[in-house]
Design a binder for this molecule. Structure first.
Ligand SMILES: [Fe+2]
Ligand SMILES: [Fe+2]
Length: 367
């Protein structure tokens, strides 16, 4: 089962191989974790690990939105392509996108799980797969038919292929980019577009190609490479662009830490009709739980709490108080708000009288 890195303890055994940012193997299946290995994983910004069960806090495992097998197939297809730079099998990519769309269309509880996928993997191409899943989910919300979802999925999964042509020392630079380096990065949509257009592949139509070329364009004309604005940018391009920003900001990068989902949610809300059009942003955000179940929070009443269920009001979920185990429905208790998100360590520090074991039993609720 997949559990957050903060809840790993020495002695647990790794259930699935773990890979670093560049696809290198960090830990193989079956390895028993030690303090130093856990530190190594933290250094590599690994956020979740699949460990062999049972674990003491069964209910705290993270559920995958998309089946692990399918995610792996999608990642492998893209990884193959890194190995054989010029032989990208677009037929295979199309098959993968079709399966992802099918799975998303069949999943009835997609929205609550949507944010889980953003922090689970750090494969080199996990971002492309996640952006594809996120944009297709939002497209589903907008009532797109299957064909339109395939088009959106193909453009989204391929949106950053041009990054393969950017020198890795610029792409993975852990410091601020110089203006010249930034100009090079800004060429990747054109590289992606040119690379794919030449293929003249039947699985890649002009709308998918537009997504690739326009995913950094912005509503107010502040984007790149062509500084398009408003309706010069298509609906599908915007969906991929929003999913791209959301995934990039909620994922750890070499140059900065992941931002909490609720902060990115608010940032996107604030960018309606400046960076992205209002209705498309709203459709995307309706798929996101800013405080997904499992999030530890501090309430305005100075009570640490655990989010146990989402509600119709995104910022007012159902919570369980950590000190008293009392459940509070924030859609009813309107005088109480969520003040901020807590790390597990912070949450523990607010409960000094009980030990960690009791803390886990407190949060051992059905999420
Ligand atoms: Fe990009
Ligand atoms: Fe991207």
């Amino acid at each position: 089962m997949k559990i957050p890195i903060d809840f790993l303890t020495p002695g647990m055994r790794v259930q699935k191989p773990l890979f670093g940012r560049r696809g290198e193997l960090l830990l193989n299946r079956g390895v028993t974790l030690s303090d130093s290995l856990i530190t190594l994983l933290k250094k590599n910004n690994i956020l979740t690990v699949d460990v062999e069960g049972p674990v003491p806090f069964d209910e705290y495992q993270i559920k995958d939105t998309i089946s692990e097998k399918l995610r792996q197939a999608a990642l492998n297809t893209l990884m193959d392509w890194i190995k054989n730079r010029h032989i990208l099998n677009l037929n295979r990519v199309y098959e993968v996108v079709k399966s992802l769309v099918e799975e998303i269309l069949s999943d009835k509880e997609v929205s609550d799980n949507l944010t889980n996928l953003c922090s689970t993997d750090l494969y080199t191409f996990a971002h492309s797969v996640d952006v594809c899943i996120l944009s297709v989910m939002a497209g589903k919300k907008l009532g797109f038919n299957k064909k339109k979802l395939y088009t959106l999925g193909m453009g989204s999964i391929l949106h950053d292929v041009g990054k393969l042509d950017i020198p890795p020392e610029i792409l993975n630079k852990p410091a601020r980019l110089s203006p010249q380096e930034y100009e090079i990065i800004k060429k990747h949509p054109i590289y992606s577009y040119e690379k794919l257009r030449k293929r003249e592949d039947e699985n890649l139509n002009q709308y998918s190609l537009n997504i690739v070329l326009n995913h950094h364009e912005r509503f107010d004309g502040s984007g790149y490479p062509r500084r398009l604005k408003k309706d010069e940018i298509y609906e599908l391009d915007y969906l991929c662009a929003i999913a791209d920003v959301f995934n990039a900001m909620t994922t750890h990068r070499v140059y900065r830490k992941a931002l909490p989902v609720h902060e990115v949610y608010e940032m996107l809300e604030g960018s309606c009709d400046t960076l992205f059009p209002y209705d498309i942003t709203k459709a995307f955000l309706s798929c996101i739980a800013p405080f997904p179940p499992g999030t530890l929070v501090m309430l305005s009443s100075d009570e640490p709490a655990l989010v146990i269920a989402s509600s119709t009001l995104p910022f007012r979920p159902m919570v369980k108080l950590l000190r008293s185990s009392e459940d509070i429905d924030l859609t009813k208790e309107l005088n109480i708000t969520i003040k901020r998100q807590l790390t597990p360590e912070e949450a523990l520090s607010f409960i000094p009288t009980i030990d960690r074991k009791r803390f886990y039993s407190l949060i051992n609720v059905n999420l």
